[in-house]
Write a protein that binds this ligand. Structure first.
Ligand code: SF4
Ligand code: FES
Length: 254
C-alpha cells in the first residue's frame, strides 16, 4: 500500500554479465519505496518493476535477511553494507535515505573475490581459508571429556565468543585498500585459540589458514583499521594481533 512518505530514488547499479566482461553503472529510477522497507526489499521492488518491463533483473546475494548468514554483500554509496553502523545490508532500512536521493550500489570488490554477475561475487577463496583450519577435530572414541569439565576464564570465553560472531561476509576485505583477509582470518583463528579445545591443533591451524590466504591472492595487512570500522559484527583488530602472535610462535616452534 502506498503512502505520502513513499520515496522515489535514482539508483546507479553496477551491472556486469560475468568476471570476464567489463561492467558499468546503469541508472534506474525506482518509485513508491516505503521508508520502512529494507534495502533488499527496495531491490526486490526494482526487480519486479524490471521484470514487468521485460528487462533483466539485478542479481544480488541474500539468504537470511536478518544479519546472520553474511550473504548480502553490497557496497552502498562507497561503504560496505551502507551507511549504518554495525549492521549488514539486509538490516539497512530505507529511512536512512531521503526522497530523491541518488544511491550508488556496487559489489564487494577484490581480486580474490571476482564478480559472478552484477552484485554477486565469488567468495570461494574465503571458504578455502575456512576449510584449511576453521574447525576443531572431535574425539569420538567414547572417552570424550565433557566440555564443561574444562574451566575457561570468563574474559577468554567472552573474547572467543566475540570472535565467533564473524559471519564471513567479506566487508573487511572489500573495504581494505589492500583487499586483505586478515580480520576475517584472525576472527576464525581467535575463536579457537582462546579455548582449550582449540589449542590442540592451534599451530597447524594458523599456519594452514595463513598459507591458503596467501595462495588465494589476498593482500597484506598494513594496520589501517578500515576493516574494523566497516565490520558489521564489530570484530576487533585485537584479533589480528592475537593471530600474529599465534603465527609467530607456531613458526618459531618449527
Ligand atoms: S570480520 Fe567482520 S567484515 Fe570481516 S568477514 Fe567477519 S563479519 Fe564480515
Ligand atoms: S542476508 Fe543474511 S546477513 Fe544479510
Amino acid at each position: 500500500m502506498s503512502s505520502n512518505n513513499d520515496m522515489n530514488l535514482l539508483l546507479k547499479i553496477w551491472r556486469q554479465p560475468d568476471a570476464q566482461t567489463k561492467g558499468e553503472l546503469v541508472d534506474y529510477n525506482v518509485t513508491g519505496i516505503s521508508p520502512d522497507s529494507s534495502f533488499l526489499e527496495m531491490l526486490d521492488v526494482l526487480n519486479e518493476q524490471l521484470v514487468t518491463k521485460g528487462e533483466d533483473p539485478v542479481v544480488f546475494d541474500h539468504d537470511c535477511r536478518e544479519g546472520i548468514c553474511g550473504m548480502c554483500s553490497l557496497f552502498i554509496n562507497g561503504e560496505a553494507h551502507g551507511p549504518g553502523k554495525s549492521i549488514t545490508t539486509c538490516q539497512l532500512h530505507m529511512r536512512s535515505f531521503k526522497d530523491g536521493d541518488t544511491i550508488y550500489i556496487e559489489p564487494f570488490r577484490a581480486t580474490a573475490m571476482p564478480v559472478i554477475k552484477d552484485l554477486v561475487v565469488d567468495r570461494t577463496s574465503m571458504e578455502k581459508i575456512q576449510q584449511a583450519g576453521g574447525y576443531v577435530s572431535i574425539n569420538t572414541s567414547g572417552n570424550t571429556q565433557d566440555a564443561n569439565a574444562l574451566p575457561i576464564p570468563k574474559a577468554d570465553a567472552d573474547a572467543a565468543f566475540d570472535a565467533a560472531t564473524c559471519i564471513g561476509c567479506g566487508a573487511c576485505i572489500a573495504t581494505c585498500k589492500n583487499a586483505s583477509a586478515m580480520l576475517f582470518l584472525s576472527a576464525k583463528v581467535s575463536q579457537f585459540a582462546l579455548l582449550p579445545q582449540g589449542k590442540v591443533e592451534g599451530a597447524e591451524r594458523v599456519k594452514n589458514m595463513v598459507r591458503v590466504m596467501d595462495e588465494e591472492g589476498f593482500g597484506n595487512c598494513t594496520n589501517t583499521g578500515a576493516c574494523e570500522v566497516e565490520c558489521p559484527k564489530g570484530i576487533s583488530l585485537d584479533n589480528i594481533a592475537r593471530m600474529n602472535r599465534e603465527y609467530l610462535s607456531a613458526s618459531l616452534a618449527d
